[in-house]
Write a protein that binds this ligand. Structure first.
Ligand code: SF4
Length: 348
């Protein structure tokens, strides 16, 4: 929200002054900057809400990066509340039983400290119900994203980045699942009516890496003007957890969070992207090299070139950032994207 409301860029230097480098995650620096400045986009949208609530406990998982742990440690100190978490594997080739066992054990070990914080005992039935709802949410969200395989696609990546909100913060609730059922019905109707998300779709693009939150609208309009639909992404698919199983909640959570794209080595990542290119009938790939997120910028170790060799599908890398608009050149992005689409047109 700090990124898409374009508040982040001015807030990041406040965290930099506290010792958090401008080179680390700009979610972290923007959020800490907002806390220090006592501002929040929530206050603008929801009457009576000044910002995020004070936590009783903070729970992290390092499966995406170490930044989340550091981020939560800041709030742990500020609010004098416990910070607990799970330390995950990274660069995983095959997800093996030993990985699952270790992560599941770490999750189970959180129970006493969390139960102590809430002054209650752990309710296994409620936990299983929540995992069942999360699995259902995951299935529905996958079905939503898969509608983009239709010709023309009824959905864009830019729609997906906001529609995924329910899966990100509401996963495990009935409301999130109801929301996706409504959305799915609308998308299926659009497919039946052959109603594309953009007019006269000519080119289909896969987006890898972080969105540029402060440019969602600008990018959506730029691609639409080029009759190009950016329709599928690694990012929006990060909230699909097909391994979740309410009958085996700890092991299945451990498996789901270790199978995630961001945790994997390059070979399984490349196999995943190749499947996506085929399923969504993609003409080209755009990699976003986000300056402050090396963890989710997959273009730095030769992956674009390898995937192009394997699939024959060309790619473009754009430099930018998820939140820090000082790291973005709109002109350069536009010039590079236009040239890339011209190249796709010549190849058709
Ligand atoms: S994966 Fe990237 S954007 Fe996400 S928390 Fe880590 S550094 Fe930040």
């Amino acid at each position: 929200m700090l990124g898409s409301s374009r508040m982040a860029t001015e807030l990041i230097p406040k965290a930099n002054a506290m010792g958090y480098s401008p080179d680390i995650c700009s979610y972290l620096t923007a959020d800490i900057g907002a806390y220090l400045e006592k501002v929040s986009p929530l206050a603008k949208i929801f009457e009576g809400i000044q910002g995020p609530p004070k936590p009783d406990v903070l729970v992290f998982n390092t499966n995406q990066c170490r930044d989340v742990q550091d981020w939560f440690n800041f709030y742990g100190e500020e609010y004098d509340v416990p910070v607990v978490g799970v330390h995950s594997y990274v660069g995983v080739q095959e997800v093996e039983a030993a990985h699952v066992k270790s992560i599941a054990r770490q999750m189970e070990d959180l129970i006493p400290s969390l139960a102590h914080v809430i002054g209650n005992t752990f309710d296994m039935d409620r936990f299983k119900e929540t995992v069942a709802l999360s699995r259902e949410c995951s299935e529905l969200w996958k079905q939503v994203l898969d509608t983009a395989a239709a010709l023309p696609s009824p959905l864009t990546f830019f729609d997906g980045t906001t529609l995924m909100g329910a899966a990100v913060v509401g996963r495990g609730t009935q409301r999130a699942n109801d929301c996706y059922r409504t959305l799915l019905a609308e998308l299926n109707q659009r497919i039946a009516d052959k109603e594309g998300a953009i007019e006269d779709e000519q080119f289909r693009i896969y987006w890898d890496g972080m969105p540029v939150w402060g440019r969602l609208s600008a990018h959506a309009k730029m691609f639409a003007s080029l009759k190009t639909n950016v329709l599928a992404s690694t990012y929006c698919n990060s909230w699909i957890f097909s391994a979740l199983d309410p009958d085996d909640p700890f092991n299945s959570m451990a498996r789901a969070y270790t199978e995630l794209f961001i945790v994997r080595a390059d070979a399984p990542k490349e196999a995943y992207i190749r499947n996506m290119l085929e399923f969504f009938k993609v003409d080209g790939i755009i990699y976003h090299d986000a300056k402050t997120c090396p963890n989710n910028s997959n273009c730095r170790y030769g992956m674009p070139q390898r995937i192009e060799r394997q699939s024959g599908i060309p790619s473009l890398t754009i430099n930018g950032d998820l939140n820090d608009l000082r790291l973005i050149s709109d002109e350069q992005t536009k010039t590079n994207v236009e040239a890339f689409i011209e190249q796709l047109a010549e190849n058709k």
